[in-house]
Design a protein around this ligand. Structure first.
Ligand code: ZN
Length: 453
């Protein structure tokens, strides 16, 4: 089945057609001026699941996920805290990695930092100037938006409409309010690198154009990021790269919608957010994945405690079933194919439909447990295991089963104690309660056993 994803640029679903067996993806990562919040994690989880699915489809994946470690906000924030900007960037990058590792999010093939690619950035800026699409002004370099006729093609924005709302800040040296900075001259006390235009640092947008080109070349398969990056960040990335090289930039654009909090986008600058590590402490990491994948990536959604609690019960339904199935089937096995799942994920990565299939399997499996149909149970379980693996869930099977066994042993022991104390009425009452809970308690020659019905 051919994988299709909705492409923001052509505004339609587009088949993923890598030139060879490797899918080349650039995913805009975090600017590390603050601690990661749960809004960031939505994109990381979706990308992780997509990557696992593409691997299941037989592709190799080259995923570049950058870290923006130099930026106006990084400088402002570190000055406010009175620490070196590098310490701030490292601290927040470390936290991002801790959180994503805990969430079973695989690390990207490359995680480049903007400050490691100043040379490539300067090269790209020079090429844009040579081609007549950028100009230097008092140590700053600006992209000349009017010179690039295709500006606005990703976001669908009209240059004249943009112009009417724009103005030039007193600190800026540009000719036109629409122009954006490729290079910024260093102000007193700011970090800087040497360049043909003097001491300064790169603008945010050029960092991603330079790093994606460096690792993936032109016309790579997919450029991804949050919906809030369509304009101006991604619009500018396209303009910069295409103006400099004359080559096409990414073949397709994937945008993951926002995770809101009380109706508003989570934002580092306003502090309207939920810190990611707090969520990791409060919930099993699979719960946030469940919460995320139950919604399609192109739909906005709200972060709520109720939503997370619901996702937790949903996850517990799965693990309870898996523990019971393992008691009957032994070690878990994996199906090699599951065409229905393949079909829904190939169609614009429809994870809510995939989760629907997952819960159908849990339902079928529980029915098979109840009727004692071991074949049907095995069929549902191997498909479920494959689906969970593709979506990146990581059930802690052994622990779960151990917990259940310990609990069942405890009940058996307690009942023998009651009988030894001749409290037969209570021993019978306990047996009734156990049976009401859907379990079977049998007295055999070897002793008492509890099993799932
Ligand atoms: Zn970017």
């Amino acid at each position: 089945m051919q994988v299709e994803l909705y492409d923001t640029l052509s505004r339609q679903k587009k088949p993923l057609e890598p030139q060879d067996n490797t899918v080349r993806i650039y995913h805009c990562g975090m600017t590390v001026q603050s601690r990661p919040h749960v809004g960031h994690l939505r994109g990381y989880i979706v990308m992780d699941a997509l990557r696992r699915f593409l691997r299941f489809k037989g592709y190799e994946i080259k995923l570049v996920q950058n870290i923006t470690d130099i930026d106006d906000k990084v400088i402002e924030k570190s000055a406010a805290e009175g620490i070196d900007w590098r310490m701030l960037a490292e601290r927040n990058t470390d936290e991002l990695l801790r959180v994503t590792d805990a969430l079973n999010i695989e690390r990207p093939t490359v995680m480049p930092r903007a400050t490691q690619h100043i040379e490539e950035i300067i090269d790209l800026v020079s090429k844009i100037i040579e081609k007549g699409h950028a100009y230097e002004s008092k140590g700053d370099v600006y992209f000349d938006v009017r010179s690039y006729s295709k500006y606005g093609k990703l976001s669908g924005k009209n240059i004249d409409e943009l112009e009417s709302g724009a103005r030039i800040e007193p600190s800026e040296n540009k000719r036109d309010p629409l122009d954006f900075a490729l290079w910024k001259a260093a102000k007193q006390g700011e970090p800087y690198w040497y360049s043909p235009w003097g001491k300064g640092r790169p603008g945010w947008h050029i960092e991603c154009s330079a790093m994606s080109a460096h690792y993936l070349g032109s016309e790579f398969d997919l450029h991804a990021g949050g919906e809030d990056l369509v304009f101006p960040h991604h619009e500018n990335e396209i303009a910069q790269y295409e103006a400099a090289t004359g080559n096409g930039f990414a073949k397709a654009w994937m945008h993951v919608e926002m995770l809101n909090l009380r109706g508003e986008k989570m934002s580092k600058s306003t502090g309207h957010l939920v810190v990611a590590s707090d969520v990791i402490e409060a919930y099993d990491p699979n719960v946030l994945r469940m919460f995320t994948l139950r919604v399609h990536y192109r739909a906005q959604t709200e972060y709520t405690i109720e939503g997370m609690d619901e996702a937790r019960s949903a996850w517990e339904r799965i693990t309870t079933f898996l523990a019971a199935a393992q008691q009957v089937l032994g070690e878990p096995a994996l199906a090699t194919e599951y065409p229905k799942l393949d079909a829904v994920l190939s169609d614009d990565f429809n994870t809510p439909k995939a989760m629907g299939l997952v819960f159908d399997l849990v339902h079928q499996g529980n029915e098979a447990l109840a009727s004692g149909d071991k074949d049907k149970l095995a069929e549902a379980t191997v498909k479920l295991n494959l689906a969970l693996q593709i979506l990146g869930f990581k059930p802690r099977r052994e622990e779960g089963v151990q917990d259940v066994k310990t609990l069942l042993d405890l009940l058996v022991r307690f009942r023998s104690e009651l009988r030894a104390a001749k409290a037969f009425e209570w021993a019978d009452k306990l047996r009734e309660m156990i049976q009401e809970a859907g379990l079977i308690m049998e007295d055999t020659k070897e002793g008492t056993r509890i099993r799932f019905r």
